[in-house]
Design a protein around this ligand. Structure first.
Ligand code: FE2
Length: 333
C-alpha cells in the first residue's frame, strides 16, 4: 500500500537526546534505547513517486515495536552448512540499519548449540555493540546455569530464566520451559506456574495486554526434525493461560525452526523461523535443509497496536534485496 505521502529524512537524528524526547512525547518508559526519528514535515506526493520513508515507516500513534529472534545455535565455525555467529551479526546489523525504532529484542532460546558460556558472552557483547536491549530466554540446547551468569534476571526464581518487560500497554513475558534434569524434554513446574500467575495478575492490575514468549511449542507440530515429544504439554500452563485468556493475546515460541501460526485453545500462537538453520515440513527425518534459499537469517518484527499485535516474519536478505531493488521505485504493496 502506498500512502502517497513521504517523510523527509534529511534530518535523521540518533542518540539519547532523541530517546528522551521520544519518551517525553509519548509518556513512555524506555531504557536508553537509541532511536532514529524522522522530522515531521510530511509533504503530499503523487502515487508512483519514490518512497522515502524507510529505513522504517513511522509508527502509528500508540503503536510500539519490538523484534524477536530465536534459535541462534551459536557455534564456532560451521553448523549445518552455516556460520551461526555470522548469521547473528548479520541480523543485528540489519536491526541497526532498519529497525532502530524497535524498543526491545526478544530471543527465545537455543542461544548456543552446545551451551558454551563463551557464546553467551559473545551474544551479550554483540547486543551491547548494537545498542539493543534484550529479553533472553533459555532453550533445550542451552546451559541454564551458564546463561544465567551472563544474563542475570532479577525476577527469576530458583535459577529459572524468566522475566518480563513492559512496553507501553503491553507486557512481554519470557517463560522458562526447559527441563531441570538436562534432558531434551520441555518442562513446567509449580514454581514457574506461580511466577507466571503472579506476572499475569500484575498485568491485569495495570490493564496490560500480554504476549508470552517461550522456547517450546505448546502443541504438536508434526515436523519430524523437531520431534513432537518435545512439545510442552503442561495442564497447569493451559489452566493459567485459559484463566488469563482475555489478556494473553499471543503465545510465541521457537524450537521448531519454522514459521507456524494459528490458534491454541482460543489463543493466537506463532512459531518463528530460526536465525540459524531452518527445517522443512516432512514426516520423516532425512536431512536438514541446507539450500541457499533458506540461508538468510530470519526474524520477526512485531507491531503492538491498539487493535492487536501484528507479527511480520521476515528474511534479512530478502528485505535488504527488496529495499535495494526498490530504491527509487514506488512500493507495489
Ligand atoms: Fe533450536
Amino acid at each position: 500500500m502506498n500512502s502517497g505521502r513521504r517523510i523527509n529524512l534529511s534530518c535523521l537524528m540518533v542518540g539519547r537526546q532523541i530517546v528522551r524526547a521520544h519518551c517525553a512525547e509519548r509518556s513512555l518508559h524506555c531504557r536508553g534505547i537509541a532511536l532514529i526519528r524522522a522530522t515531521s514535515d510530511e509533504q503530499p506526493v503523487q502515487d508512483a513517486q519514490p518512497r522515502a520513508d524507510f529505513p522504517s515507516s513511522r509508527p502509528l500513534p500508540d503503536e510500539r515495536r519490538i523484534l524477536w529472534i530465536t534459535d541462534l545455535h551459536l557455534a564456532d565455525g560451521d553448523l549445518h552448512g552455516r556460520e551461526p555467529i555470522a548469521q547473528l551479526r548479520h541480523v543485528l546489523a540489519h536491526f541497526k540499519r532498519f529497525h532502530t525504532d524497535a524498543e526491545l529484542l526478544v530471543i527465545s532460546g537455543d542461544i548456543s548449540d552446545s551451551g558454551a558460556k563463551q557464546h553467551y558472552w559473545l551474544l551479550r557483547d554483540e547486543l551491547a555493540a548494537a545498542g539493543i536491549p534484550a529479553l533472553v530466554l533459555v532453550g533445550n540446547h542451552d546451559d541454564r546455569g551458564e546463561l544465567v551468569e551472563v544474563f542475570p534476571r532479577p525476577e527469576s526464581v530458583d535459577g529459572f530464566v524468566q522475566g518480563h518487560v513492559d512496553v507501553g500497554n503491553w507486557r512481554l513475558i519470557g517463560l522458562d520451559t526447559v527441563s531441570v534434569d538436562g534432558s531434551n524434554q520441555p518442562s513446567f513446574c509449580e514454581r514457574r506456574a506461580a511466577w507466571l500467575e503472579l506476572t499475569l495478575a500484575g498485568a491485569a492490575d495495570k490493564g496490560k495486554r500480554c504476549i508470552v514468549f517461550m522456547h517450546h511449542p505448546v502443541d504438536a507440530t508434526q515436523i519430524a526434525q523437531v520431534l513432537d515429544d518435545t512439545v510442552l504439554d503442561a495442564p497447569e500452563l493451559t489452566t493459567i493461560l485459559q484463566r488469563h485468556r482475555e489478556r494473553v493475546e499471543l503465545l510465541a515460541f521457537g524450537h521448531v525452526h519454522r514459521a507456524i501460526t494459528g490458534t491454541w485453545n482460543g489463543i493466537a500462537v506463532c512459531c518463528n523461523w530460526a536465525t540459524s538453520h531452518q527445517t522443512v515440513y516432512q514426516a520423516r527425518v532425512d536431512s536438514l535443509c541446507k539450500e541457499d534459499v533458506y540461508r538468510s537469517p530470519r526474524f520477526a518484527y512485531l507491531r503492538l497496536l491498539p487493535s492487536g499485535v501484528q507479527v511480520h516474519l521476515r528474511s534479512v536478505d530478502w528485505e535488504e534485496a527488496y529495499r535495494g531493488a526498490k530504491d527509487g521505485v514506488a512500493s507495489m504493496i
